[in-house]
Write a protein of this length. Structure first.
Length: 250
């Protein structure tokens, strides 16, 4: 654990549609088997063309209503609605669920690090996106690596944003300690560590949130772990979601 090396991948150009993110990363760092590469969802989405001009968006009546309610451009609100499969809360911001299970503010639709008048959407299938980048790096560098696609999210009960994993490949999201014992021999019955989010959070720290120009981070010598990928609560398990839906009907 003491020998984990974390490297921000610098020198990537401003990404445009059609760029090969995997090739660009392999050109700039030496990758070894077992490494983990964390990639900001913004550059993946820009490379794949998951963007749209606000001028091309026609807001619906619902977007007009929510735009007025929250003081936001109704065209931007329409982009949020288009990316959402369920609206959990409408005010003081839109909190919604995406098709792949992620719940986020404004559906992760972003206007940062892109030209004025444009919005970026999260990849529609981040797990598939991570697997694709993993395979491309294997073909280019001949190495088997783990991949994380990250997004920056706020947190309930705490101020500030952190990096979260929305897609991953090459390992499980959760390190499952259930059945193990602690230092005093007590059996662990509920401990499940969200390793993929812990790595994404540190990657976000290296990337920065403004003009650092480090949209990808390499982790070398991370120890392996075993667990599962059930990182999202089911609707029956998610108490917070249920209470929000009851108190903030859309």
């Amino acid at each position: 654990m003491e020998n984990i090396v974390v490297t921000g991948i610098r020198g990537l150009p401003l990404i445009k549609a059609g760029d090969n993110i995997a090739a660009m990363i392999c050109e700039r760092v030496t990758i070894e088997d077992g490494d983990i590469v964390s990639i900001a969802s913004t550059i993946y989405s820009k490379a794949k063309g998951y963007t749209k001009a606000l001028v091309d968006i026609i807001p619906s009546d619902k977007a007009l209503r929510l735009g007025k309610l929250n003081g936001e451009d109704p065209r931007f609100v329409q982009a949020v609605l288009d990316a959402s499969v369920d609206i959990i809360m409408e005010y003081p911001f839109i909190l919604s669920e995406l098709s792949f299970g992620h719940i986020g503010v404004r559906a992760g639709v972003d206007q940062s690090n892109i030209d004025d008048g444009m919005v970026i959407f999260l990849p529609p299938n981040p797990m598939q996106a991570a697997a694709k980048v993993q395979e491309e790096i294997r073909q280019i560098a001949g190495k088997n690596v783990g991949i994380i696609i990250t997004d920056t999210c706020g947190r309930s009960f705490r101020r500030g944003q952190t990096g979260h994993a929305i897609g991953w490949a090459g390992f499980t999201a959760i390190r499952d300690f259930r059945g193990d014992v602690d230092l005093f021999g007590h059996e662990l019955k509920i401990t499940e560590e969200a390793v993929v989010d812990e790595i994404a959070g540190f990657a976000n720290f290296v990337m920065g949130e403004s003009n650092n120009g480090v949209p990808a981070v390499l982790f070398h010598n991370c120890p392996p772990w075993a667990g599962h990928d059930n990182i999202y609560f089911t609707k029956d398990e998610d108490i917070t979601r249920r209470l929000l839906k009851e108190k903030c009907p859309s």
